[in-house]
Design a protein around this ligand. Structure first.
Ligand code: ADP
Ligand code: GLC
Length: 480
């Protein structure tokens, strides 16, 4: 098949979260299966300098943005066999210090930037000489592509490819007041209604994709069920229930080429389930790097966007209760300034037990995964979550709330003592997380069981080949 993936983030070119890892790994694994794959994404600041092999295509996209026609070049990179990356080159929109905003404030023209992105993807799918069978869009930033495809096939007789939407996070919808977005779409008025792209007096890019895509997937089976309920549906649950027949939950895979402990440039010491010595050496290095004493106490790690979703508030509560009871804690993250401040303040009080690094640092994220004994993910909701799966491979037992992909990927001793590889709790509350962490402290003093769970974790297999087959099945179903 020929598959065009549209994503606003693609590792290693751009990343704020798991979307980048997933879009890249999906492309790589489909290409490895012999499909022809293209990934379209914006050409953000710094990409050209980091990847000097980019070639400017002799092809450009253009699209009306309200009354004005706009052009963009396309830079391409032959990344792997069967896999090309196509970068939309529109400096006024994408050549900026950040992807979506700065100082915790969204860029004001985000509707314009991503309406244009969706138009550019549609133009590319329609007019470039390589013609995809499937256009697979990810999240709200590419959400208008299916509606543009529908419109152009209805009004201009284009036999458009089939469209598939993957929802990585229902909480981000690209929902803008009508006067900031609708005219830019140049869609006829009939698309702006409650059965179309309208939502609470505005344009909702994710809703548009839910309504107009041929198939919808999300990134774990449990999240696929959750988003059809009022609790997790972010007000889109009624529409998702209507389309439930077309909605599939597919657990993300892990790109073990990047996320492994045996061949990894970010780690000082390599290790595996058969040669565990390096794990402790990484722990000592991490303690040194973060300015903590090299104690034998269990080390709890976090790598996270500091946003409501991730449960940083209950981590702070649980730390206040437990930080002096024989543990250490390291955090890498950035986001909400109040949460950043709260972690920094607590760190100042307990400098021998806690280290905090505010920022985004790929190398350190690997070293925290490798050097920690436990990894905390007490999310309010978690569509899939990649970090808990990375933790498993790194022999770092995840402590997670039973929600979304966390529940689908971690096994608690009460689920099955033989295969257990982490600790799970139910209630979103400080006391529930603190109780789970206390269990972890007890488990740490039971080396036999701890070792067994660690081996289970490292042997768990979330390779992309399984995930890829499930996407192939979805593509086949919309093509037939
Ligand atoms: P989400 O996409 O919701 O943020 P995931 O667990 O799916 O959650 O993926 C998060 C990804 O982003 C992981 O690869 C993680 O290592 C990375 N990440 C998050 N915060 C940081 C940070 N501050 N520095 C480096 N990597 C980070
Ligand atoms: C989103 C979700 C996360 C998921 C990632 C990749 O950012 O929050 O749970 O793992 O996308 O699919």
């Amino acid at each position: 098949m020929k598959i065009l993936i549209a994503s606003a983030e693609v590792h290693p070119f751009s990343k704020t979260g798991g979307l980048a890892d997933m879009a890249a790994a999906l492309g790589k694994s489909l290409a490895a299966e012999g499909h022809e794959v293209g990934i379209v994404t914006p050409l953000y600041q710094g990409i050209r300098e980091k990847f000097p092999n980019l070639e400017q295509l002799d092809y450009s996209v253009n699209a009306p943005m309200n009354g004005v026609w706009e052009n963009a070049g396309i830079a391409s990179l032959n990344y792997r066999e069967n896999l090309n990356i196509y970068f939309i080159d529109h400096p006024a929109y994408y050549d900026r210090p950040a992807l979506y905003g700065e100082n915790n404030t969204e860029y004001l023209d985000n509707p314009r930037r991503f309406v244009f992105f969706a138009k550019a993807v549609t133009h590319f799918a329609r007019y470039y000489h390589w013609q995809p069978d499937i256009v697979h869009v990810h999240d709200w930033q590419a959400g208008l592509v299916p509606v543009f495809m529908k419109h152009q096939s209805q009004s201009e007789g284009w036999v458009a490819p089939r469209s598939v939407l993957t929802i990585h996070n229902l909480a981000y919808q690209g929902h803008y007041e009508r006067d900031r977005a609708f005219d830019l779409t140049n869609l006829p008025e009939e698309f702006y209604n409650l059965d179309g792209i309208e939502f609470h007096d505005g344009v909702n890019c994710l809703k548009a994709a839910i309504v107009y895509s041929d198939a919808i997937t999300t990134v774990s089976p449990r999240y696929a069920r959750e988003i059809c309920t009022m609790t997790y549906g972010c007000s889109l649950d009624p529409i998702l229930r209507e389309r439930q027949q077309q909605l599939t939950g597919i657990l993300n895979g892990v790109d073990y080429e990047d996320w492994n402990t045996t061949d990894n440039a970010h780690l000082n010491h390599h290790y595996s389930s058969r040669m565990m010595k390096g794990k402790l050496a990484n722990k000592h290095d991490l303690q040194e790097e973060m300015g903590l004493p090299q104690s034998d106490q269990p080390l709890f790690g976090v790598v996270s966007r500091l946003v409501d979703q991730k449960g940083a508030d209950i981590i702070i509560g649980a730390l206040m209760e437990l930080i002096t009871s024989g543990m250490q804690f390291v955090l890498l993250g950035s986001g909400d300034p109040e949460l950043e401040r709260a972690f920094n303040d607590l760190q100042k009080k307990y400098p021998r037990n806690m280290a905090v690094h505010i920022g985004f640092d790929l190398g350190l994220s690997h070293r925290i995964e490798a050097g920690s004994d436990y990894f905390l993910m007490p999310s309010r909701f978690e569509p899939c979550g990649l970090n808990q799966m990375y933790s498993l491979r790194y022999g770092t037992l995840p402590i997670v709330r039973r929600t979304g992909g966390l529940d689908d990927s971690v096994i608690d001793p009460t689920d099955d003592i033989e295969t257990a590889n982490g600790i799970k709790f139910n209630e979103f509350a400080v006391r529930a997380l603190a109780k789970a962490m206390k269990k972890a402290l007890v488990l740490y003093d039971n080396p036999k069981l701890f070792r067994k769970m660690r081996l289970n974790a490292m042997n768990a297999d979330f390779s992309w080949s399984r995930t890829c087959k499930e996407y192939e099945r979805v593509y086949e179903s919309v093509l037939s």
